[in-house]
Design a protein around this ligand. Structure first.
Ligand SMILES: [Zn+2]
Length: 268
């Protein structure tokens, strides 16, 4: 059976000792990890090993893929998977990495033009990232901006076949319970999305980046960045949204051992 083979292989990978050189990379490049509970860190290391065994990395525009690039990206992608019954981004085969912001064709108002990107996520296709943007995101973990969290949130969103801001919330369990999860998500996320649209139109600042006002899919991706990078501000200003994301991600970053001096006002 393919399923049990995959499951067995993943369990084995997760229990393989984590290479000390990779741990050193994480320690040096991903300061957010210093705040994670020790059990989460151990789980993350296991998930990184599965992710790196299953996904291809391709360097673009001459970028040579190194262990540092693979480990730094994998760690951020896998942080979104902790504590969950996950299939490791099943539609994703490869991650393309450019040295810096890259240009890609977009169609806007029926006109094709070139636009600059720090990252993209294609449905049933690759995640594309600019390495300089990834490095900026990982070295500044409390500014609410993280291109890797953003693009991998899109990957989670598409697991049910639609990119609509609603990931798979409850695949198992009694139907009434599952329905209530979806109802609660729909009510709170659409309320919060509308609020961000209004704030953005009125020029009011929000703890959520105004790019989230673009559409519900971008709202979920932006809210994910904020959940992990400005958790206390998000919990304080948008407690219902924080609670929904906490239930989905099964993590509570506002309770992590955040660095001092870290105050709720520091990064709003
Ligand atoms: Zn996006």
């Amino acid at each position: 059976m393919i399923f049990s083979t995959t499951k067995g292989r993943r369990l084995k990978l997760r229990s393989t000792p984590f290479p000390p050189a990779w741990r050193e990379i994480l320690h040096r490049r991903f300061p957010l990890l210093a705040c994670l509970p020790p059990d989460d860190l151990r789980e993350l290391e296991g998930r990184i090993q599965v992710f790196l065994a299953e996904k291809q990395f391709e360097g673009c525009d001459g970028l040579v893929i190194t262990d540092e690039i693979r480990v730094v990206i994998a760690a951020q992608a896998c942080l979104l998977l902790l504590h969950r019954d996950t299939d490791y981004y099943p539609d994703l085969k490869s991650i393309l990495v450019y040295p810096s912001t890259y240009f890609s064709r977009v169609t806007e108002e029926d006109e094709e033009q070139q636009a600059a990107f720090a990252g993209q996520s294609w449905q049933r296709g690759p995640v594309i990232l600019a390495w300089d943007a990834v490095q900026g995101a990982v070295s500044n973990p409390w500014d609410g901006q993280n291109v890797v969290f953003h693009e991998f949130a899109h990957q989670l969103d598409e697991e049910d076949g639609r990119v609509d801001g609603v990931p798979v919330l409850a695949a198992k369990g009694p139907l009434p319970e599952r329905l209530s999860r979806y109802r609660s998500w729909a009510r709170i996320l659409s309320q919060e999305f509308a609020q961000l649209q209004q704030a953005s139109a009125a020029g009011h600042a929000s703890v959520l980046d105004e790019y989230g006002a673009t559409n519900p899919a971008e709202f979920f991706a932006v809210a994910t960045e904020c959940f992990f990078e400005k958790p206390r501000q998000l919990r304080e200003k948008h407690p219902e949204l924080y609670a929904e994301l906490k239930r989905f991600y099964q993590q509570d970053p506002a309770e992590w051992d955040l660095p001092a001096p870290f105050t709720p006002e520091a990064n709003t």
